[in-house]
Design a protein around this ligand. Sequence first.
Ligand code: ZN
Length: 248
Amino acid sequence: MMLTQPIGLPDASEIHAEQLVIHADFPLASHHRLVRELESLRITVSQELDLPVSDEIVHLYLFHDTKSYSEYAAVHFPQFPTRRAFFVETDTSLAVFAPWQDRIAEDLRHETTHGYVHAVVPNIPLWLDEGLAEFFEVPRVTGGLHAEHLANLTGRLLEGTWQPDLERLERTKNAGDLTQDHYAEAWAWSYLMLRTTPERRTALEDFLRDLRKDAHTPPLSLRLSRINPSSHKDLVEHLQNLNIHSEK
Ligand SMILES: [Zn+2]
């Protein structure tokens, strides 16, 4: 009787890139443009969020195709929602799993952001964790502007089928419950804080800094409403303005 071996971790090539150790089940060049990009993302994340850089290793496990990735994930992480790629934090390690496919650059920027952020803010709320990963997953030249989410949210606003609600987002604690709307809204709040006023940026940076010391620090919804009680209205207007300019 033939027994099929369960798929193991990729180990054909191993690349060390600052905080990253990249394991692939195919030959991957250490000077690959994506490797260099992920390396520089470490500094970008740290500067944008005013966070220290960490030396805690983030492991990236890359599979040559979606089939082997899915088989690995089904055996080792059956409880995880099915995603194109994913990030896992355990007591002992930070790890990303992804197959090499068309959107690999975007997926690795997203998942590696989780790694860099978790290395210094392990108790970041789920929604913000995803909002920041969406912010940093787009190519750097876009400055965090996620065209797909912007088009989606402004379309929904026009239809009258969506309104932002940061408190609602903060109550979402389960990764499996996250829909595209949650990802899009989480990106929108992240973008608002990082790309509009110094007060909002400071609110985000202070929140992350406080969170590193105290997991029960007041939430961002409260901090943003102290700056301006109409932050939901501001977000809607900002998205509509961005959309007008991006359509030109
Ligand atoms: Zn994510």
